[in-house]
Ligand binder design. Structure first.
Ligand code: ADP
Length: 403
């Protein structure tokens, strides 16, 4: 079965085309292939730019793509071009899958319908960077390409197994249901992949894994036997560990104090918390590489930002070791998790009591899928590139096969 997984921005469309075995619930890499990847940038401008990579060849071209539907059509034509041979024709495509963030009252994997798009729109305020461009493009595609099934795999879906004791905020209970105010959890596709891939590598389905997705946005997830039982992201993707420019966990009673102090409106303060806070708010730098360099040069704000980040990750790590009753593996993914030797070392420091010990040389050498625990460590430590698109492809396939 061939499935295109789409990643949408307001003026961009990127995709990966997968061929998957027609097996419901198949969760290992056997029988799976990525046939091509590509996309279009600057959709709507006079000179949109497209690229396509297939059979080891990359091509770039300037095209006319007035909207997302035109961009998708063009990409399908490129994939069906006999010189690439990725698709017999566009009708060979079983579906387009989307990594959608959240919808009011809906989660898991769903066919895209008007009702679903309206439910996503209801969450625009909670996920302002993600939901609006997805809804706009998905609506257009469902109108202009009605022959291709569209499937949304929600980020919140993997976290549906989190028990209410970790999902419900201590607010008047009716608010939880009436206004969907709960810890929904996000980064579901990434944590799902880390859970499945770790089980595949260690050849054990019953693993206790703590997945540390540390990047521009960061979260930890406790995974037991492939199921999420806790995630550090709450009702919105602005919560949990401080992100590159988003606040992370925060006391709502600080809001009126900040509004009075700055003279800003609630909307302005919320925008500051979502775009000018996190590691950037503390250090003045947006990128962890710059923060590490500034810290090495003695910038106190950068040193503090790193300390706060490490402390927040360790806070959730400790919580999840307790929630799981220990762990078999702690896995680091995302731009920071995969690349920052310093952060991995600091996050895992002095945890021998919990059976966690780093091999410093292996940590420095770790690239791609690699372990870096010391021989005496009871808990395995890994770096692992995530593959969110593959999860969306597998989920899309499962939805089609189940119906
Ligand atoms: P996103 O969450 O936006 O998908 P990524 O997972 O790509 O982002 O992670 C981006 C972050 O990874 C940036 O803050 C960047 O500083 C950090 N990063 C990338 N490479 C390194 C590195 N070599 N050392 C430290 N941090 C890195």
């Amino acid at each position: 079965m061939k499935i295109l997984v789409a990643n949408l921005g307001s003026t961009s469309f990127k995709y990966k085309l997968y061929e998957l075995a027609d097996l419901l619930g198949h969760a290992t890499s056997t029988g799976e292939r990525m046939l091509a990847k590509g996309g279009v940038e600057r959709i709507g401008s006079d000179s949109s730019k497209a690229f396509v990579e297939a059979n080891g060849l990359r091509e770039e071209m300037v095209i006319e793509a007035p909207d997302h539907a035109a961009a998708v059509n063009l990409c399908l034509a490129q994939l069906a071009d006999p010189k690439r041979g990725c698709l017999e024709n566009s009708s060979e495509l079983a579906a387009i899958g989307f990594k959608a963030v959240m919808a009011r009252g809906i989660s898991g994997v769903r066919k895209v319908t008007d009702q679903l798009l309206r439910a996503m729109e209801d969450c625009n305020e909670i996920a302002p960077a993600h939901n609006p461009p997805y809804v706009a493009a998905m609506r257009l595609l469902s109108q202009k390409l009605p022959e291709i099934p569209l499937v949304a795999a929600f980020e919140t879906g993997f976290h549906q197994t989190i028990p209410d004791s970790r999902k419900i905020y201590a607010i008047p209970l009716a608010w939880s249901e009436s206004y969907c105010v709960k810890r929904w959890g996000f980064h579901g596709a990434s944590h799902r992949y880390i859970g499945q891939r770790t089980a595949e590598i260690l050849n054990r389905p019953d693993l206790k894994v703590i997945s540390c997705h540390l990047g521009g946005s960061s979260s930890l997830c406790a995974i037991s036997g492939g199921q999420s039982i806790a995630n550090s992201l709450g009702m919105s993707p602005q919560s949990g560990i401080p992100h590159n420019n988003r606040v992370g966990d925060f006391d709502p009673f600080a809001l009126p104090v900040i509004m009075r102090g700055t003279g800003k409106t609630l909307e302005q303060v919320l925008a500051d918390l979502a775009t000018r806070s996190g590691l950037f708010g503390i250090s003045g730098h947006n990128d962890l590489r710059d923060i590490e360099t500034a810290a090495a040069n003695g910038e106190s704000r950068a040193i503090l930002a790193l300390e706060i980040f490490i402390e927040a990750v360790r806070h959730y790590l400790g919580s999840y070791l307790v929630a799981l009753g220990g762990a078999d593996a702690i896995v680091f993914t995302g731009g920071i998790g995969e690349n920052s030797v310093l952060m991995r070392e600091a996050i895992c420091a002095n945890l021998a009591f919990f059976g966690i010990s780093v091999d410093p040389k292996a940590n420095i050498a770790a690239k791609g899928e690699a372990s870096f625990h010391a021989p005496e460590s009871k808990v395995q430590l890994w770096t692992m590139p995530t593959n969110e698109e593959l999860m969306v492809a597998r989920q899309t396939r499962d939805l089609l096969l189940a119906n």
